[in-house]
Design a protein around this ligand. Structure first.
Ligand code: SF4
Length: 472
């Protein structure tokens, strides 16, 4: 099937050869790297990662999407220095506008001043998952069928290494995500996946909008499903889904890339949860979202970029030098819970504290990793009045039958009584068993088993405080 751009389904990933996702060019991880920055796979083309490291191009944008960061910064004539008044977007993207919306100061650091972050484990983990899925569908979208879990896991493992990630628990979670994803895709139609990482570059008013769409599926009868993969730990609320500017923007894009399509389904594929959250837009909603997006783009060129402390500050690339965050980290005495300024002020303070807490945890984890590296290399050491060494902690995993026998014999209670008292099922291995069963018996049987297990389980509900972004 030909697309509106005259490309076949797989040809959408036309950047595949250029886009190696190497996180650390000039390292032994990239076998194609040459000292002059050219990639041996693509001849004279420069590796964009190499450009990112050596010349300040932003790694968030593939295939040179971030080149304008440097160009914009140089327009000010001050290199990495801010000249907010002179700032003009060379192009806009969803991620840029989203960052501005969350915190204008973070936008200023990233795009006006051109300061680059190295990314967090969470963003690299997301990249590894995205890249594995993209590789898989680039190789298999034509034939369709069931998604092969082992192949997907192999691809994830490859990209995990490329992203230089090391956390074992996160790695296991990634494999579980890939397996869950395979179970949820038992029978794709040939060519159902029309494209992955579909690039776009379209005019919107005086701006150009650039970006990539994770995946577009052809559901038949003129219906396209636009899919964005998410590694969020929480699902979106109905309100968030309805107001998602990203999904609205992507429909606006696909209406131009695929003018033959009559209907659009908009989905977030929640990789950690293994299900999709789906929504749609009326023409009026779509129009409003695009107008809003354009208005936000205009705002990004205003000369003021106020800091907006929020729960994500802990993961912000700029937190080390962000004055607002650093000030918030300082102890600031008591909080007046009955303040005259009311709940609004308390909510704002709570967001700031959440950001500080997250930031403090991330920083402590990073310091702990460094201390462990020193211990590994030099053994026990003393610093800052503290002595550091490894201690051995032992944990036990008890054999069920032997434990029941022993406790029953010593206490005089029956095995059934002891079992009721001390046994419960660990949900993580249980999920693995259900998932493995799904591979052999089919996903419908696995869903049936899961439903029966949940019916037989004792459930307990607790109220948990949860906040999400209010509708615009
Ligand atoms: S640390 Fe928080 S307030 Fe500072 S730039 Fe980042 S997101 Fe904004």
């Amino acid at each position: 099937m030909a697309s509106s751009s005259g490309q076949s389904g797989r040809a959408f990933s036309s950047f595949g050869e250029l886009d190696c996702y190497r996180p650390e060019p000039n390292s032994r991880r990239c076998q194609f790297f040459r000292p002059d920055g050219a990639c041996e796979r693509v001849g004279e083309f420069m590796c964009w990662k190499w450009l990112a490291v050596t010349q300040g191009y932003r790694p968030e944008d593939k295939t040179g999407r971030g080149k304008e960061t440097k160009m914009e910064a140089s327009k000010t004539g001050k290199g990495q220095q801010s000249d907010s008044a002179a700032y003009k977007n060379e192009y806009i993207s969803y991620s840029r506008i989203d960052q501005y919306k969350k915190c204008p100061k973070a936008f200023e650091y990233s795009y006006v001043q051109g300061k680059r972050g190295d990314g967090t484990d969470a963003t690299r983990f997301g990249s590894a998952c995205h890249a594995a899925l993209e590789d898989y569908f680039n190789a298999h979208s034509e034939e369709g069928g069931a998604v092969n879990a082992d192949e997907l896991c192999g691809l994830f493992q490859k990209h995990w290494g490329d992203e230089c990630l090391t956390d074992q628990a996160l790695f296991d979670e990634g494999l579980a995500i890939m397996r869950r994803f395979a179970v949820a895709h038992p029978a794709l139609e040939p060519m159902q996946v029309r494209g992955c990482e579909i690039p776009f570059d379209l005019p919107l008013g005086r701006f150009r909008v650039k970006g990539f769409i994770d995946r577009v599926d052809d559901l038949g009868n003129g219906t396209l499903e636009i899919i964005d993969y998410k590694t969020n730990k929480q699902p979106y609320s109905d309100e968030e889904l309805e107001s998602s500017m990203q999904l609205g923007l992507y429909e606006w894009v696909c209406r131009q890339l695929f003018p033959w399509a009559k209907r659009f389904v908009l989905s977030y594929w929640m990789l950690r949860m293994g299900y999709k959250q789906t929504t749609s837009r009326t023409p009026e909603q779509l129009d409003n979202q695009i107008r809003y997006f354009e208005a936000m783009a205009e705002s990004t060129e205003r000369p003021e970029y106020p800091a907006r402390l929020n729960a994500l500050c802990g993961w912000c690339d700029h937190r080390e030098y962000c004055e607002a965050f650093q000030n918030a980290c300082k102890a600031d005495g008591t909080i007046d819970l009955n303040s005259q300024s009311g709940i609004e002020a308390l909510v704002a303070r709570r967001e700031a504290l959440a950001g500080v807490l997250n930031g403090a945890k991330n920083s402590k984890d990073a310091i702990d990793a460094r201390i462990k590296a020193v211990l590994d290399e030099h053994g026990d050491f003393t610093a800052g009045g503290k002595a550091f060494r490894y201690i051995t902690k032992t944990s036990y995993s008890y054999d069920l039958a032997k434990t029941l026998d022993l406790v029953s014999r010593y206490t005089g209670h029956s095995r059934d009584e002891v079992m009721r008292e001390i046994c419960s099922v660990d949900s993580t291995p249980l999920k693995k068993v259900v998932s493995a069963y799904g591979k052999s018996a089919g996903s419908l049987k696995a869903i049936e088993l899961q439903a029966e297990l949940e019916g037989a389980a004792k459930s307990r509900t607790t109220k948990v405080l949860f906040s999400s972004n209010a509708k615009e």
